[in-house]
Design a protein around this ligand. Structure first.
Ligand SMILES: *Cc1c(COP(=O)(O)O)cnc(C)c1O
Length: 404
């Protein structure tokens, strides 16, 4: 019977290890020694937020961080099944915009705020619904040196605190800041930012507000030991609870830290394995050109395998090779098979000359382990001159994510 239901039969998949994700959350939570918000923004760094959020909640996360109200709604929806009975907070980390206050309340999202207009949007919606005072939680972001979002301590914070007196529906449930250089543990910017954060929190306290949570940090600040010390001490002086936030480490990646000092390095496991399969094989003679612009000329007779993956899937074009310049590789039969010629939009050719048994249908690992070999997102990042963050969240929607 013909069916219009879209099916995902192309041999390519990103499999997401629930066990690794749960393990990583538990290890990071233990290393932090405090409440740890799990960041699932950008579709859980390309891992699929709908798959990851319930696993993280099952592993103990009570706070999840998203970028936008749209993402928050999707995550709330994903929690409706198994995780429905566990009260979970969803922090909308990049604020809210016109037309979003209603959805924020409908889906019990906690927005980060720092602009007076954001307070007014929420207050207006709260009044429309006749909500009691203090019933809409918000987290105020303090700009301690990142200069992207957040209110600066001093006059601007004073104005925002004054504005809060005119928006009684709101409750300041949290105060937060974001560190700019946490991967460099010795960078003086960290202490400067934490000092400014403390001053801002004292200013908040003098205004008579007592946020339940103060939070800062990211994966690198946890690894470098920055957070486990500074934040609980700060929270204790204010009688509030400390929380840290972790993103990329949840997915098994640690940043290269610029610190000689011993640091906490919880054993993390990569969560994502991206695979495809050989769909065609051919032998080419020495001197044959391969791929667009004939960038690669076979220096000897070669056996080439075709993979149904390209840059439209997020397999970076920077992994291309030419006759003169090596590129990236994939893993086939437990060995590295180098990329031959240009990675194109939908197809990539790899060299399997050293793998005489390679056959149509064999698995090719794009990111992940096979046998003793491993290719991480950091390897793609190095070749593409970017960060592993960009590689991971650049794996496109055309690649199905499947929980394993
Ligand atoms: C993305 C983000 C994090 C997590 O950063 P990682 O480096 O991935 O751990 C933490 N806090 C905020 C505000 C963020 O936007």
């Amino acid at each position: 019977m013909p069916s219009d239901t879209p099916r995902r039969t192309r041999p390519i998949v990103a499999s997401i290890s629930a066990a690794a994700l749960r393990h990583n959350y538990s290890a990071l939570r233990a290393a932090a020694g405090m409440e740890t918000l799990a960041v699932v923004k950008a579709d859980a760094y390309g891992h699929g937020a709908a798959l990851c959020a319930p696993e993280l909640v099952a592993a103990g996360a009570r706070w999840l961080g998203v970028t936008s109200v749209d993402e928050g709604i999707a995550v709330r929806h994903a929690l409706r099944g198994a995780a429905a009975d566990i009260p979970t907070h969803i922090l909308v980390m990049c604020g809210l915009w016109q037309g979003e206050a209603g959805a924020c309340l409908d889906h019990a999202l906690t927005p980060v705020v720092w602009e007076p207009y954001q307070l007014h949007l929420l207050q207006a919606e709260g009044e429309r619904r006749a909500l009691p005072s203090g019933s809409v939680p918000v987290h105020v972001e303090i700009d301690t040196g990142m200069a992207r979002q957040g209110v600066k301590p001093g006059a601007a914070l004073h104005d925002l605190l004054t504005c809060l007196q005119t928006t009684p529906v709101l409750r300041v449930d949290g105060a937060m800041t974001h560190l700019a250089s946490s991967e460099c543990a010795a960078d003086p910017q960290n202490t400067t930012q934490m000092d400014r954060f403390r001053q801002a929190l004292e200013q908040v306290q003098r205004a008579g507000l007592r946020p339940a949570w103060v939070h800062a940090g990211n994966s690198a600040s946890l690894d470098s030991g920055l957070m486990p010390h500074a934040l609980p001490a700060l929270a204790a002086t204010l009688g509030t609870r400390p929380m840290t936030r972790t993103g990329v480490a949840l997915y098994g990646y640690a940043l290269p830290l610029e610190s000689a000092a011993p640091h906490v390095e919880p054993h993390l496991r990569p969560v994502l394995t991206w695979t495809t399969r050989i769909v065609s094989l051919r032998d080419v003679a020495a001197g044959s050109t391969v791929g667009y612009n004939a960038a690669f000329v076979a220096p000897r007779p070669m056996r080439l395998a075709l993979l149904p993956v390209g840059y439209a899937d997020g397999f970076r074009r920077a992994l291309s090779s030419s006759t003169h310049q090596p590129g990236g590789a994939v893993l086939i039969g437990g060995r590295r098979a180098p990329v031959v010629g240009r990675v194109s939009m939908d197809l990539t050719v790899v060299d399997v000359s050293d793998l005489p048994d390679a056959a149509i249908g064999d698995e090719a690992v794009l990111i992940g382990s096979q046998g003793a070999e491993h290719i991480g997102a950091d390897e793609h990042a190095r070749l593409a001159n970017t960060s592993m963050y960009e590689v991971l969240c650049g794996i496109s929607d055309r690649v199905p994510r499947v929980l394993s």
